[in-house]
Design a protein around this ligand. Structure first.
Ligand code: HAM
Length: 432
Protein backbone atom coordinates (compact mmCIF):
# COMPACT_ATOMS: atom_id res chain seq x y z
CA UNK A 1 0.00 0.00 0.00
CA UNK A 2 1.47 3.38 -0.97
CA UNK A 3 1.99 5.65 2.03
CA UNK A 4 3.78 8.83 3.11
CA UNK A 5 4.92 9.99 6.49
CA UNK A 6 2.96 13.10 7.37
CA UNK A 7 2.87 15.05 10.67
CA UNK A 8 4.08 12.09 12.71
CA UNK A 9 1.98 9.36 11.15
CA UNK A 10 1.82 7.18 8.07
CA UNK A 11 -0.91 8.17 5.63
CA UNK A 12 -1.97 5.51 3.14
CA UNK A 13 -3.22 6.08 -0.38
CA UNK A 14 -5.95 3.96 -1.84
CA UNK A 15 -7.95 4.44 -4.98
CA UNK A 16 -11.12 6.41 -4.32
CA UNK A 17 -14.27 4.38 -3.62
CA UNK A 18 -16.15 3.51 -6.77
CA UNK A 19 -13.11 3.86 -9.02
CA UNK A 20 -10.93 1.06 -10.30
CA UNK A 21 -7.61 0.36 -11.97
CA UNK A 22 -8.15 -1.31 -15.32
CA UNK A 23 -5.26 -3.64 -15.97
CA UNK A 24 -4.41 -7.15 -17.26
CA UNK A 25 -7.47 -9.15 -18.31
CA UNK A 26 -9.77 -6.17 -17.59
CA UNK A 27 -7.74 -3.90 -19.88
CA UNK A 28 -7.83 -6.57 -22.60
CA UNK A 29 -11.62 -6.80 -22.26
CA UNK A 30 -11.92 -2.99 -22.47
CA UNK A 31 -9.76 -2.98 -25.59
CA UNK A 32 -11.95 -5.66 -27.14
CA UNK A 33 -15.11 -3.67 -26.40
CA UNK A 34 -13.58 -0.44 -27.69
CA UNK A 35 -12.39 -2.02 -30.90
CA UNK A 36 -15.88 -3.44 -31.47
CA UNK A 37 -17.16 0.16 -31.17
CA UNK A 38 -14.52 1.46 -33.58
CA UNK A 39 -15.46 -1.26 -36.05
CA UNK A 40 -19.23 -0.99 -35.86
CA UNK A 41 -20.10 2.70 -35.48
CA UNK A 42 -18.18 4.03 -38.51
CA UNK A 43 -20.07 1.45 -40.61
CA UNK A 44 -23.24 3.25 -39.50
CA UNK A 45 -21.57 6.52 -40.52
CA UNK A 46 -20.86 7.74 -36.99
CA UNK A 47 -17.60 9.64 -36.56
CA UNK A 48 -15.70 9.84 -33.30
CA UNK A 49 -15.99 12.87 -31.05
CA UNK A 50 -14.04 13.48 -27.84
CA UNK A 51 -15.36 16.21 -25.61
CA UNK A 52 -13.70 17.37 -22.38
CA UNK A 53 -14.39 15.46 -19.16
CA UNK A 54 -15.09 18.76 -17.44
CA UNK A 55 -17.63 21.33 -18.49
CA UNK A 56 -19.44 24.21 -16.89
CA UNK A 57 -21.75 22.83 -14.24
CA UNK A 58 -24.71 24.76 -15.62
CA UNK A 59 -24.53 22.84 -18.90
CA UNK A 60 -25.52 19.67 -17.07
CA UNK A 61 -28.07 21.21 -14.72
CA UNK A 62 -29.87 22.77 -17.69
CA UNK A 63 -29.62 19.73 -19.95
CA UNK A 64 -30.35 16.91 -17.52
CA UNK A 65 -32.90 18.78 -15.37
CA UNK A 66 -32.43 20.41 -11.98
CA UNK A 67 -34.65 17.87 -10.24
CA UNK A 68 -32.89 14.75 -11.53
CA UNK A 69 -30.94 12.54 -9.12
CA UNK A 70 -27.82 13.06 -11.21
CA UNK A 71 -27.93 16.83 -10.77
CA UNK A 72 -29.29 16.81 -7.22
CA UNK A 73 -27.00 14.21 -5.69
CA UNK A 74 -24.45 12.77 -8.04
CA UNK A 75 -22.38 15.40 -9.78
CA UNK A 76 -18.75 15.94 -8.92
CA UNK A 77 -18.54 19.71 -8.89
CA UNK A 78 -15.99 22.26 -7.87
CA UNK A 79 -15.02 25.86 -8.38
CA UNK A 80 -11.76 26.43 -10.19
CA UNK A 81 -9.31 29.21 -9.37
CA UNK A 82 -11.25 31.70 -11.46
CA UNK A 83 -14.45 30.75 -9.58
CA UNK A 84 -16.00 29.05 -12.60
CA UNK A 85 -18.40 26.35 -11.45
CA UNK A 86 -17.26 23.13 -13.06
CA UNK A 87 -18.60 19.57 -13.11
CA UNK A 88 -16.99 16.33 -14.17
CA UNK A 89 -19.29 15.05 -16.89
CA UNK A 90 -21.89 12.61 -15.55
CA UNK A 91 -22.87 11.68 -19.12
CA UNK A 92 -21.88 12.51 -22.69
CA UNK A 93 -24.95 13.96 -24.41
CA UNK A 94 -24.89 17.49 -22.94
CA UNK A 95 -21.24 18.05 -23.89
CA UNK A 96 -21.88 16.83 -27.41
CA UNK A 97 -24.82 19.19 -27.88
CA UNK A 98 -22.58 22.01 -26.63
CA UNK A 99 -19.82 20.99 -29.07
CA UNK A 100 -22.32 20.73 -31.95
CA UNK A 101 -23.50 24.29 -31.40
CA UNK A 102 -20.14 25.79 -30.40
CA UNK A 103 -18.57 24.46 -33.61
CA UNK A 104 -21.53 25.74 -35.67
CA UNK A 105 -22.18 22.24 -36.98
CA UNK A 106 -25.89 23.04 -37.00
CA UNK A 107 -25.14 25.60 -39.75
CA UNK A 108 -22.22 24.00 -41.55
CA UNK A 109 -23.12 20.34 -41.43
CA UNK A 110 -26.78 19.87 -40.53
CA UNK A 111 -27.00 16.24 -39.55
CA UNK A 112 -24.12 15.12 -37.33
CA UNK A 113 -23.59 11.53 -36.32
CA UNK A 114 -21.08 11.05 -33.52
CA UNK A 115 -19.85 8.16 -31.42
CA UNK A 116 -17.86 8.57 -28.25
CA UNK A 117 -16.16 6.61 -25.53
CA UNK A 118 -14.70 7.70 -22.26
CA UNK A 119 -15.03 8.07 -18.52
CA UNK A 120 -18.09 9.57 -16.80
CA UNK A 121 -18.45 10.49 -13.14
CA UNK A 122 -21.38 10.08 -10.78
CA UNK A 123 -21.18 10.08 -7.03
CA UNK A 124 -23.44 7.06 -6.55
CA UNK A 125 -23.27 4.46 -3.80
CA UNK A 126 -20.69 2.04 -5.22
CA UNK A 127 -21.73 -1.57 -5.82
CA UNK A 128 -21.31 -4.18 -8.54
CA UNK A 129 -21.98 -2.42 -11.83
CA UNK A 130 -22.33 0.97 -10.18
CA UNK A 131 -19.20 3.05 -10.06
CA UNK A 132 -18.23 6.64 -9.43
CA UNK A 133 -15.91 6.71 -12.41
CA UNK A 134 -17.33 4.48 -15.11
CA UNK A 135 -17.05 4.37 -18.87
CA UNK A 136 -19.64 4.85 -21.55
CA UNK A 137 -19.68 4.16 -25.24
CA UNK A 138 -22.44 6.01 -26.98
CA UNK A 139 -23.73 7.61 -30.13
CA UNK A 140 -25.66 10.79 -30.84
CA UNK A 141 -27.43 11.85 -34.02
CA UNK A 142 -28.01 15.60 -33.97
CA UNK A 143 -30.37 17.14 -36.47
CA UNK A 144 -32.30 13.89 -36.97
CA UNK A 145 -36.06 14.03 -36.87
CA UNK A 146 -37.17 10.86 -38.57
CA UNK A 147 -38.22 7.62 -36.86
CA UNK A 148 -35.78 5.96 -39.26
CA UNK A 149 -32.99 7.61 -37.24
CA UNK A 150 -34.36 6.03 -34.03
CA UNK A 151 -34.41 2.60 -35.65
CA UNK A 152 -30.96 3.08 -37.15
CA UNK A 153 -29.56 4.19 -33.77
CA UNK A 154 -31.07 1.19 -32.02
CA UNK A 155 -29.77 -1.13 -34.70
CA UNK A 156 -26.25 0.24 -34.30
CA UNK A 157 -26.59 -0.56 -30.58
CA UNK A 158 -27.67 -4.16 -31.11
CA UNK A 159 -25.01 -4.77 -33.78
CA UNK A 160 -22.37 -3.30 -31.47
CA UNK A 161 -23.49 -5.44 -28.51
CA UNK A 162 -23.36 -8.54 -30.69
CA UNK A 163 -19.93 -7.63 -32.02
CA UNK A 164 -18.68 -7.02 -28.48
CA UNK A 165 -19.87 -10.52 -27.55
CA UNK A 166 -23.26 -10.00 -25.88
CA UNK A 167 -26.42 -11.48 -27.30
CA UNK A 168 -28.77 -12.38 -24.50
CA UNK A 169 -30.23 -8.90 -24.01
CA UNK A 170 -33.72 -7.43 -24.02
CA UNK A 171 -34.69 -4.13 -25.60
CA UNK A 172 -37.54 -2.22 -23.99
CA UNK A 173 -39.18 0.61 -25.85
CA UNK A 174 -41.50 3.42 -24.84
CA UNK A 175 -42.58 6.85 -26.02
CA UNK A 176 -42.70 9.68 -23.49
CA UNK A 177 -44.33 12.15 -25.86
CA UNK A 178 -43.43 15.81 -26.06
CA UNK A 179 -42.97 17.93 -22.92
CA UNK A 180 -46.59 19.16 -23.28
CA UNK A 181 -48.04 15.66 -23.64
CA UNK A 182 -45.98 14.56 -20.69
CA UNK A 183 -47.30 17.39 -18.53
CA UNK A 184 -50.88 16.19 -19.04
CA UNK A 185 -49.80 12.66 -18.23
CA UNK A 186 -47.89 13.75 -15.10
CA UNK A 187 -51.06 15.33 -13.72
CA UNK A 188 -53.08 12.23 -14.53
CA UNK A 189 -50.48 10.05 -12.83
CA UNK A 190 -50.43 12.30 -9.79
CA UNK A 191 -54.21 12.02 -9.51
CA UNK A 192 -53.90 8.24 -9.63
CA UNK A 193 -51.11 8.08 -7.06
CA UNK A 194 -52.39 10.73 -4.64
CA UNK A 195 -55.03 8.55 -2.90
CA UNK A 196 -52.35 5.85 -2.41
CA UNK A 197 -49.75 8.24 -1.04
CA UNK A 198 -49.41 6.22 2.20
CA UNK A 199 -48.18 3.18 0.25
CA UNK A 200 -45.43 5.14 -1.46
CA UNK A 201 -41.89 5.28 -0.14
CA UNK A 202 -40.59 8.53 1.30
CA UNK A 203 -38.70 9.42 -1.88
CA UNK A 204 -41.76 8.83 -4.04
CA UNK A 205 -43.93 11.00 -1.80
CA UNK A 206 -41.48 13.77 -2.55
CA UNK A 207 -41.40 12.82 -6.24
CA UNK A 208 -45.18 13.06 -6.33
CA UNK A 209 -44.91 16.79 -5.61
CA UNK A 210 -42.02 17.57 -7.92
CA UNK A 211 -42.38 15.14 -10.82
CA UNK A 212 -44.79 12.24 -10.53
CA UNK A 213 -43.19 10.57 -13.55
CA UNK A 214 -40.13 9.70 -11.45
CA UNK A 215 -42.29 7.42 -9.28
CA UNK A 216 -42.45 5.06 -12.27
CA UNK A 217 -38.69 4.53 -11.92
CA UNK A 218 -38.82 3.48 -8.25
CA UNK A 219 -37.55 -0.01 -7.49
CA UNK A 220 -39.20 -0.41 -4.06
CA UNK A 221 -41.76 -3.23 -3.96
CA UNK A 222 -44.70 -1.26 -2.49
CA UNK A 223 -44.26 1.47 -5.11
CA UNK A 224 -43.84 -1.07 -7.91
CA UNK A 225 -47.18 -2.62 -6.93
CA UNK A 226 -48.95 0.68 -7.46
CA UNK A 227 -47.03 1.38 -10.65
CA UNK A 228 -48.14 -1.97 -12.09
CA UNK A 229 -51.68 -0.69 -12.64
CA UNK A 230 -50.91 3.02 -13.19
CA UNK A 231 -52.17 4.79 -16.32
CA UNK A 232 -50.16 4.35 -19.51
CA UNK A 233 -48.51 7.35 -21.13
CA UNK A 234 -49.23 5.84 -24.53
CA UNK A 235 -52.92 6.74 -24.00
CA UNK A 236 -52.02 10.42 -23.76
CA UNK A 237 -49.92 10.74 -26.88
CA UNK A 238 -50.96 13.02 -29.70
CA UNK A 239 -51.45 11.33 -33.09
CA UNK A 240 -48.02 12.63 -34.14
CA UNK A 241 -46.13 11.02 -31.27
CA UNK A 242 -48.26 7.90 -31.56
CA UNK A 243 -47.37 7.66 -35.24
CA UNK A 244 -43.66 8.11 -34.42
CA UNK A 245 -43.87 5.27 -31.92
CA UNK A 246 -45.69 3.00 -34.36
CA UNK A 247 -43.19 3.73 -37.10
CA UNK A 248 -40.16 3.04 -34.89
CA UNK A 249 -41.75 -0.28 -33.89
CA UNK A 250 -42.51 -1.16 -37.50
CA UNK A 251 -38.96 -0.36 -38.60
CA UNK A 252 -37.42 -2.37 -35.77
CA UNK A 253 -39.52 -5.37 -36.82
CA UNK A 254 -38.38 -4.88 -40.37
CA UNK A 255 -34.74 -4.90 -39.18
CA UNK A 256 -35.39 -8.05 -37.19
CA UNK A 257 -34.78 -6.37 -33.82
CA UNK A 258 -36.89 -7.92 -31.07
CA UNK A 259 -38.23 -5.48 -28.47
CA UNK A 260 -40.82 -5.21 -25.76
CA UNK A 261 -43.14 -2.24 -25.39
CA UNK A 262 -42.99 -0.95 -21.85
CA UNK A 263 -45.39 1.97 -21.33
CA UNK A 264 -44.13 2.44 -17.76
CA UNK A 265 -40.49 2.84 -18.60
CA UNK A 266 -39.11 6.31 -17.85
CA UNK A 267 -35.54 7.54 -17.76
CA UNK A 268 -33.65 9.36 -15.04
CA UNK A 269 -32.74 12.34 -17.24
CA UNK A 270 -35.24 15.06 -18.15
CA UNK A 271 -34.22 15.81 -21.73
CA UNK A 272 -35.99 12.87 -23.36
CA UNK A 273 -38.94 13.33 -25.68
CA UNK A 274 -40.85 10.67 -27.61
CA UNK A 275 -38.73 7.51 -28.04
CA UNK A 276 -36.93 6.08 -25.00
CA UNK A 277 -35.35 2.66 -24.76
CA UNK A 278 -33.39 0.55 -22.37
CA UNK A 279 -31.39 -2.62 -22.81
CA UNK A 280 -31.27 -5.09 -19.94
CA UNK A 281 -29.30 -8.28 -19.46
CA UNK A 282 -29.88 -11.25 -17.13
CA UNK A 283 -26.36 -10.93 -15.70
CA UNK A 284 -27.12 -7.46 -14.32
CA UNK A 285 -29.53 -6.98 -11.45
CA UNK A 286 -33.06 -5.85 -12.22
CA UNK A 287 -32.07 -2.27 -11.34
CA UNK A 288 -29.27 -1.96 -13.76
CA UNK A 289 -29.55 -1.26 -17.45
CA UNK A 290 -26.79 -2.27 -19.81
CA UNK A 291 -27.59 0.61 -22.14
CA UNK A 292 -30.17 3.35 -22.42
CA UNK A 293 -31.12 6.20 -24.67
CA UNK A 294 -33.76 7.91 -26.70
CA UNK A 295 -34.80 11.14 -28.39
CA UNK A 296 -34.14 14.61 -27.04
CA UNK A 297 -35.90 16.84 -29.52
CA UNK A 298 -35.80 20.05 -27.44
CA UNK A 299 -32.25 20.03 -26.16
CA UNK A 300 -30.54 21.67 -29.14
CA UNK A 301 -33.16 24.42 -29.25
CA UNK A 302 -32.94 24.86 -25.48
CA UNK A 303 -29.26 25.77 -25.91
CA UNK A 304 -30.01 28.37 -28.57
CA UNK A 305 -29.77 26.15 -31.63
CA UNK A 306 -32.36 25.34 -34.29
CA UNK A 307 -35.48 23.31 -33.49
CA UNK A 308 -34.07 20.03 -34.75
CA UNK A 309 -34.39 16.60 -33.24
CA UNK A 310 -31.72 14.31 -31.88
CA UNK A 311 -31.43 10.72 -30.73
CA UNK A 312 -28.73 8.63 -29.07
CA UNK A 313 -27.78 6.11 -26.41
CA UNK A 314 -24.97 5.14 -24.09
CA UNK A 315 -23.75 1.70 -23.02
CA UNK A 316 -21.98 1.20 -19.69
CA UNK A 317 -18.64 -0.43 -20.52
CA UNK A 318 -18.15 -2.01 -17.06
CA UNK A 319 -21.66 -3.43 -17.24
CA UNK A 320 -21.03 -4.72 -20.74
CA UNK A 321 -17.86 -6.42 -19.47
CA UNK A 322 -19.95 -8.09 -16.73
CA UNK A 323 -22.16 -9.63 -19.42
CA UNK A 324 -19.27 -11.31 -21.22
CA UNK A 325 -18.16 -14.79 -20.29
CA UNK A 326 -14.73 -16.15 -21.03
CA UNK A 327 -13.67 -19.76 -20.99
CA UNK A 328 -10.28 -20.41 -19.37
CA UNK A 329 -8.70 -20.87 -22.81
CA UNK A 330 -10.13 -17.61 -24.09
CA UNK A 331 -8.61 -15.52 -21.32
CA UNK A 332 -6.93 -12.60 -22.91
CA UNK A 333 -3.56 -12.45 -21.21
CA UNK A 334 -0.93 -10.04 -22.42
CA UNK A 335 1.69 -12.08 -24.22
CA UNK A 336 5.01 -11.30 -25.84
CA UNK A 337 5.57 -13.25 -29.04
CA UNK A 338 9.33 -13.33 -28.67
CA UNK A 339 11.51 -13.28 -25.56
CA UNK A 340 15.22 -12.67 -25.77
CA UNK A 341 17.40 -14.42 -23.21
CA UNK A 342 21.09 -13.50 -23.03
CA UNK A 343 24.19 -14.57 -21.11
CA UNK A 344 27.02 -12.11 -20.54
CA UNK A 345 27.43 -8.37 -21.01
CA UNK A 346 28.16 -8.50 -24.77
CA UNK A 347 25.23 -10.79 -25.50
CA UNK A 348 22.97 -8.48 -23.48
CA UNK A 349 23.84 -5.59 -25.78
CA UNK A 350 23.43 -7.69 -28.93
CA UNK A 351 20.11 -8.93 -27.56
CA UNK A 352 19.02 -5.36 -26.86
CA UNK A 353 19.77 -4.46 -30.49
CA UNK A 354 17.78 -7.47 -31.70
CA UNK A 355 14.90 -6.51 -29.41
CA UNK A 356 14.81 -3.07 -30.98
CA UNK A 357 14.92 -4.52 -34.54
CA UNK A 358 12.08 -6.93 -33.80
CA UNK A 359 9.94 -4.11 -32.44
CA UNK A 360 10.72 -1.91 -35.45
CA UNK A 361 9.42 -4.82 -37.51
CA UNK A 362 6.21 -4.87 -35.44
CA UNK A 363 7.07 -8.12 -33.69
CA UNK A 364 6.01 -8.04 -30.06
CA UNK A 365 9.16 -8.79 -28.10
CA UNK A 366 10.40 -8.62 -24.50
CA UNK A 367 13.58 -9.05 -22.51
CA UNK A 368 14.43 -9.15 -18.82
CA UNK A 369 17.29 -6.72 -18.22
CA UNK A 370 17.55 -7.59 -14.54
CA UNK A 371 17.67 -11.37 -14.70
CA UNK A 372 21.07 -12.93 -14.17
CA UNK A 373 20.81 -16.65 -14.98
CA UNK A 374 19.39 -18.27 -18.09
CA UNK A 375 17.01 -20.18 -15.85
CA UNK A 376 15.47 -17.02 -14.41
CA UNK A 377 15.19 -15.54 -17.92
CA UNK A 378 13.35 -18.64 -19.10
CA UNK A 379 10.99 -18.19 -16.14
CA UNK A 380 10.37 -14.59 -17.26
CA UNK A 381 9.73 -15.88 -20.81
CA UNK A 382 7.12 -18.24 -19.40
CA UNK A 383 5.51 -15.47 -17.39
CA UNK A 384 5.37 -13.33 -20.51
CA UNK A 385 3.67 -16.23 -22.36
CA UNK A 386 6.30 -15.93 -25.09
CA UNK A 387 5.85 -18.23 -28.06
CA UNK A 388 9.53 -18.12 -29.06
CA UNK A 389 12.74 -17.49 -27.15
CA UNK A 390 15.97 -16.27 -28.72
CA UNK A 391 18.97 -17.52 -26.74
CA UNK A 392 22.22 -15.57 -27.07
CA UNK A 393 25.41 -16.42 -25.21
CA UNK A 394 29.13 -15.89 -25.74
CA UNK A 395 29.22 -19.00 -27.94
CA UNK A 396 26.45 -17.80 -30.21
CA UNK A 397 28.07 -14.38 -30.50
CA UNK A 398 31.28 -15.94 -31.67
CA UNK A 399 29.53 -18.06 -34.27
CA UNK A 400 27.25 -15.21 -35.39
CA UNK A 401 24.16 -17.33 -34.77
CA UNK A 402 21.26 -17.28 -32.33
CA UNK A 403 19.33 -20.23 -30.90
CA UNK A 404 15.58 -19.97 -31.54
CA UNK A 405 13.48 -22.04 -29.19
CA UNK A 406 9.83 -22.81 -29.94
CA UNK A 407 8.12 -22.75 -26.55
CA UNK A 408 5.13 -24.82 -27.66
CA UNK A 409 7.13 -27.95 -28.46
CA UNK A 410 10.57 -27.18 -27.02
CA UNK A 411 12.34 -27.61 -30.40
CA UNK A 412 15.44 -25.51 -31.06
CA UNK A 413 17.25 -24.36 -34.18
CA UNK A 414 20.21 -22.12 -34.94
CA UNK A 415 19.79 -19.12 -37.20
CA UNK A 416 22.44 -16.68 -38.48
CA UNK A 417 22.02 -13.17 -37.03
CA UNK A 418 21.19 -11.72 -40.44
CA UNK A 419 18.23 -14.10 -40.75
CA UNK A 420 16.80 -13.88 -37.24
CA UNK A 421 14.31 -11.06 -37.87
CA UNK A 422 12.95 -12.57 -41.08
CA UNK A 423 12.62 -16.06 -39.56
CA UNK A 424 10.95 -14.79 -36.40
CA UNK A 425 8.57 -12.57 -38.36
CA UNK A 426 7.48 -15.60 -40.38
CA UNK A 427 7.18 -17.84 -37.34
CA UNK A 428 5.19 -15.29 -35.35
CA UNK A 429 2.77 -14.55 -38.19
CA UNK A 430 2.16 -18.24 -38.94
CA UNK A 431 1.73 -18.84 -35.21
CA UNK A 432 -0.86 -16.06 -34.77
P1 HAM B 1 -27.97 6.75 -18.56
O1 HAM B 1 -29.19 5.87 -18.57
O2 HAM B 1 -27.87 7.69 -17.40
O3 HAM B 1 -28.03 7.55 -19.92
O4 HAM B 1 -26.65 5.90 -18.63
C1 HAM B 1 -26.41 5.02 -19.70
C2 HAM B 1 -25.68 3.79 -19.22
O5 HAM B 1 -24.48 4.15 -18.51
C3 HAM B 1 -26.44 2.95 -18.21
O6 HAM B 1 -27.36 2.10 -18.85
C4 HAM B 1 -25.32 2.17 -17.55
O7 HAM B 1 -24.94 1.06 -18.34
C5 HAM B 1 -24.17 3.17 -17.53
N1 HAM B 1 -24.08 3.79 -16.20
C6 HAM B 1 -24.77 4.86 -15.74
N2 HAM B 1 -24.39 5.14 -14.48
C7 HAM B 1 -23.45 4.24 -14.13
C8 HAM B 1 -22.66 4.01 -12.96
N3 HAM B 1 -22.75 4.79 -11.88
N4 HAM B 1 -21.78 2.98 -12.97
C9 HAM B 1 -21.64 2.19 -14.07
N5 HAM B 1 -22.35 2.37 -15.20
C10 HAM B 1 -23.25 3.38 -15.23
C11 HAM B 1 -27.12 8.49 -20.30
O8 HAM B 1 -26.08 8.69 -19.75
C12 HAM B 1 -27.53 9.20 -21.56
N6 HAM B 1 -26.52 10.22 -21.87
C13 HAM B 1 -27.70 8.23 -22.71
C14 HAM B 1 -28.12 8.92 -23.97
C15 HAM B 1 -27.32 9.27 -24.99
N7 HAM B 1 -29.34 9.32 -24.24
C16 HAM B 1 -29.34 9.92 -25.43
N8 HAM B 1 -28.12 9.90 -25.89
Amino acid sequence: MPRVYLSGEWVRFQRLRGTHDIVGQDAAVFQGIESAAREVFPVFDFEEIRTPVMEERELFTRALGTETDVVQKEMYEFEDRSKTKIALRPEGTAGIVRAYLENNFDKTRGLCKFYYLGPMFRSERPQAGRLRQFHQIGVEQLGAQSPFADAETLQSLTVFLNRAGVSDFTVKLNNLGTFEERQTFKEKLKKYLEPNRAQLCEDCRRRLEKNALRVLDCKIASCRKLIGSSPSILDDLTPESREHFTQVGRLLKRLGIAYQEDPRMVRGLDYYTKTVFEVSHPKLGAQDALAAGGRYDHLIEQFGGPAVGAVGFAVGVERLAMCLTFGEEEKLVPSASVFIATLGEKALEKGFELLSDLRKNAVRAAMDFEAKSLKSQMRSADKAHASFVVILGEDELERGKAVLKDMRNGSQEETPFGEVIRVLKEKVSSHA
